[in-house]
Design a protein around this ligand. Sequence first.
Ligand SMILES: [Zn+2]
Length: 318
Amino acid sequence: MKENRIFSSLLLVLSALLALSACNRPDDGPRHLTPEEIEQYKKQQTVKIEKYVEYRQGNCPIILTVPHGGTVVESFLTLRNTSNCPDPDFATDLDYNTRELADEIDKAFFQQTGKHPYMIIALIKRNHVDFNRRRNYAIPAGDDNVGKIYDAYHEYVAKARSEVSQQYGHGLLLDIHGQSHSEQIDLGYLLPVSTLNLSDEKLNSGTYAASSSIAYLTRTNKAGLSFAQLLRGEKSFGGILYKNGLECVPRPQNLSPGNTPYFYGGYTTRIYGSYGGGVVDAIQCEFRYSYRDTQSERLRCAAAFAKSIDAFTKVVWE
Ligand SMILES: [Zn+2]
């Protein structure tokens, strides 16, 4: 239907252009729109942000961002490709069912605690925009409408982060993704595998904590945990997830992915975690396929994940 409407509008534009040019070029037959006219037409379309990005106000210091689960494709928006997006890690993969999983995490967290996290959810497909990239890698160059959608998503994340910082003095952002390279949840703290391969003693010295997305929590956690304990000890987020039945890395007995594939955290974790300062920490969470696949597994995974968020934040904040 939408495509029909857009096609009809294109025909109208075409007729108007033909009518205008008729007096100058009476002998010309129908002609196709020029690339410039098509670009002009695209720019005139109105972007309704709520069709492409969903924002839900929270009432606790937890923020969930879900950048790669969107499925909306729009004919008047440009598709990303390796020519119009110079991203060295260019990808358009859909993180299958992560929107559905995040929804279940929100419901489970509310059932368990009576609170809702802030939620920023991409509805638009990653083929148009990759919200977990810096702007010039995220959008097709020159498409201002996609740019507006990218900006809206990040304004929502910044607004949530700012509100949480002011109201609670701390916060935890979890960036929800899906991966299909291993049978666990990759927890990304901006630390490459070479760093995770180091001993706890090494991790606790030097500047590793400061270069992570949990720098603030390392300095302030109420349990007095060292950086290595906070990252992969019994009371780390990974340690608690595992106790609640979810496979993940890093955690006790699974300190580093070693030489297996692993995502260590992207743009959102870097910009909105405490690596660059501030009181909100961030962890990128890449869920294995089977935790997202069926409704029964999503429910089980979401309940355990929500319980772990509550338990972990009680350890570090109370
Ligand atoms: Zn992703």
